[in-house]
Design a protein around this ligand. Structure first.
Ligand SMILES: [Fe+2]
Length: 296
């Protein structure tokens, strides 16, 4: 199926002023037309095909080829294994259905197209069902190495390459399970921050250097080459779960695990045991305790 602007609602056209495509009417209409595919999607259907323009395919080729070089230098081995298994096409923007089919064969994950950002509980909750909610539109061609919002580059290169690696695929599902047990907004917020500082922007030490397993870094050409300049803090779940972040800037603070196995084991433990009760007992009030100081 090709896309049409006819079926789109006005909300799909809205972009924040700092979005590179906000003043480009053709881009906004095109983005809305692709978003409409996700808007109309019903789980269980095959994902309708989007016919990308030559310009959009060129953005994909350019960003993917640059990122692949960067991944050799900066990505953890498990991510590179996943990318090799998924083998995203390099000549044009992959169709979500073809990636979903391949992912399902590899690790049992499927892709659900969505029109844009979805509520936090909905996004994380779908991970428990081994379903990854993915946008389908691509960033503005004027700044191919930057996007202020998730786009198909972030979803496929950042997340789906990881979902093709069996251990990481299981870790994502555990995260989804944990989100379902976080009943209060506070517990979900703590969980979301841990997710942000690990599966979106996590780093770790491997062979004496920092590498990343975070989808946000792995899909950002501008940031992946600079994350080693961030302030690197120890991997500490309490600090991660209570640290603020700004989605629109390069992350000034990152949390580094001492090894992949250490990050993996700690996250498996956290996601497997996290829930409302665990939040109340172990994590709520963390700021008060720190203010009180050690020994109190
Ligand atoms: Fe993401």
């Amino acid at each position: 199926m090709t896309t049409s602007t006819a079926a789109t609602g006005p909300s799909l056209y809205e972009l924040p002023a700092d979005h590179p495509g906000s003043s480009d009417q053709a881009y906004r209409e095109r983005r809305a037309a692709i978003a409409a595919v996700g808007e109309a999607y019903v789980v269980g259907q095959r994902i309708p095909e989007v016919v990308y323009t030559p310009e959009e395919d060129e953005v994909w080729r350019m960003v993917q080829s640059h990122l692949t070089v960067e991944h050799d230098r900066y990505a953890v081995a498990a991510y590179r294994d996943g990318a090799a298994r998924l083998a995203l096409r390099t000549d044009r923007v992959p169709q979500l259905q073809e990636v979903s089919d391949r992912l399902f064969a590899l690790t049992g994950w499927r892709i659900t197209p969505v029109p844009g950002l979805v509520p936090t509980r909905v996004f994380y909750g779908s991970l428990a069902e081994r379903r990854f909610m993915s946008t389908q539109y691509i960033r503005h061609h004027s700044v191919p190495f930057y996007t202020p919002e998730p786009d198909v580059v972030h979803e496929l290169i950042g997340h789906c390459n990881m979902l093709a690696e069996p251990r990481l695929a299981d870790l994502y599902q555990l995260a989804g399970d944990a989100s379902l047990r976080a009943e209060s907004d506070e517990a979900l917020e703590f969980f979301s921050r841990v997710f942000w500082f690990s599966l979106e922007f996590g780093v770790l030490r491997a062979d004496g250097e920092l590498r990343t397993y975070g989808a946000g870094l792995l899909s950002s050409y501008g940031e992946i080459g600079r994350f080693r300049e961030a302030r690197i803090e120890p991997f500490d779940l309490r600090t991660m779960g209570t640290t603020d972040y700004d989605i629109s800037k390069y992350q000034p603070v990152l949390f580094a695990a001492e090894s992949f196995d250490r990050a993996y084991d700690d996250l498996v433990e956290f996601f497997s045991t996290y829930g409302e009760a665990a939040y109340r007992v172990r994590w709520a009030g963390a700021a008060d305790e720190e203010e009180a100081g050690p020994g109190v």
